[in-house]
Write a protein that binds this ligand. Structure first.
Ligand SMILES: [Zn+2]
Length: 250
C-alpha cells in the first residue's frame, strides 16, 4: 500500500530546447529540472530513478551546465524526509540515462528493477544513442539488478510499469495509484515537457523516432482513459508548481 509520494529535487541541467523538441526551437537554451520519486510503501521504501550525480555530470556532461546544490544531492534530499540511502529497499529505473540512474551507487541494500532491453542497450548503445548512457552510473560492482521483461501490472501494490520504448530502447513508465490524483504517470522522458504534449512533438533525443512518437501517444491515451495526471520529467514551469521535499502527495 502506498503511504506517501515525495518528489525529490536533484538539481538542473541546461541544453538547447531542440533536444526536447526535435528540430524545433533550435538555438533556444532551456534549463530543466532533474528529479526522482520516493514512495513510502508497506512493502518497503521505494525510489523511482536516482537523478544525476554531480561528479559524473561534470566529467562527461559539463556542456549541460549542471547546477546541483548540496541540498539537492540525493543523500540530502532523502535526509530532508528522514531517510538514509540504506533504507531504500527497491529502486525502479525508468531507463539508464545518466540523469535517471546517476546515484545508483549509494543504494547498496536495494534491488534495482530495469527492463532487460534497456540494460542491453546501455552496455552496447548504437552510436547515436550512446550520448545518454554513462557506464559508471549503472555498472557499479555489488549492485543487485533484476531484469524485467514487458509491462507489469501492480508490480508493487499500486505501482505498475508500462513499457514505452523510443526515447530509449527499454524505457518503462511507472504509474502510481494516488488518493489525490488517481493515477500519477511518471512519464520519464517519453514526453519531457508540456510543450511536447500540447503539440505532440517527439523528443530530440531518441533511439527510434517512430517508436518514440507511438509511445508518446500511448502514454497520452493512458492519461486520458485513466483520467490520471502526468508528472513531466523535465518541464521547468511544471516543476516549479509541484510539491517537493518534505511536502508530499498521497
Ligand atoms: Zn532519458
Amino acid at each position: 500500500m502506498i503511504k506517501r509520494i515525495h518528489i525529490l529535487d536533484c538539481g538542473s541541467l541546461e541544453f538547447d530546447l531542440s533536444y526536447f523538441t526535435w528540430k524545433l526551437n533550435i538555438g533556444k537554451l532551456y534549463r530543466f529540472p532533474v528529479w526522482c520519486t520516493y514512495v513510502e510503501h508497506s512493502e518497503g521504501d521505494i525510489l523511482i530513478d536516482s537523478g544525476y550525480n554531480l561528479k559524473n555530470a561534470m566529467k562527461y556532461y559539463a556542456w549541460e551546465n549542471p547546477i546541483q546544490t548540496a541540498e539537492q544531492q540525493l543523500e540530502n534530499q532523502l535526509k530532508m524526509i528522514g531517510k538514509r540511502p540504506e533504507d531504500i529497499k527497491y529502486v525502479i529505473l525508468s531507463h539508464l540515462h545518466f540523469d535517471h540512474c546517476g546515484n545508483n551507487h549509494i543504494f547498496k541494500n536495494a534491488i534495482f528493477y530495469v527492463q532487460k532491453e534497456e540494460m542491453r542497450h546501455a552496455y552496447v548503445p548504437d552510436p547515436f544513442e550512446a550520448i545518454g548512457y554513462s557506464r559508471e552510473t549503472f555498472d557499479v560492482p555489488g549492485l543487485q539488478y533484476e531484469l524485467i521483461n514487458g509491462d507489469k501490472q501492480n508490480f508493487f501494490e499500486g505501482i505498475s510499469l508500462v513499457t514505452a520504448p523510443g526515447h530509449s530502447a527499454g524505457l518503462q513508465v511507472p504509474v502510481i495509484d494516488s488518493k489525490e490524483f488517481g493515477k500519477i504517470i511518471i512519464e520519464s522522458d517519453v514526453i519531457n515537457t508540456r510543450l511536447n504534449l500540447e503539440k505532440k512533438i517527439v523528443g530530440g533525443i531518441h533511439w527510434d523516432s517512430v517508436k518514440s512518437y507511438e509511445s508518446m501517444i500511448k502514454i497520452m491515451e493512458l492519461q486520458k482513459t485513466t483520467k490520471g495526471v502526468l508528472f513531466f520529467a523535465h518541464d521547468a514551469e511544471w516543476f516549479s508548481s509541484v510539491k517537493k521535499g518534505k511536502d508530499f502527495y498521497t
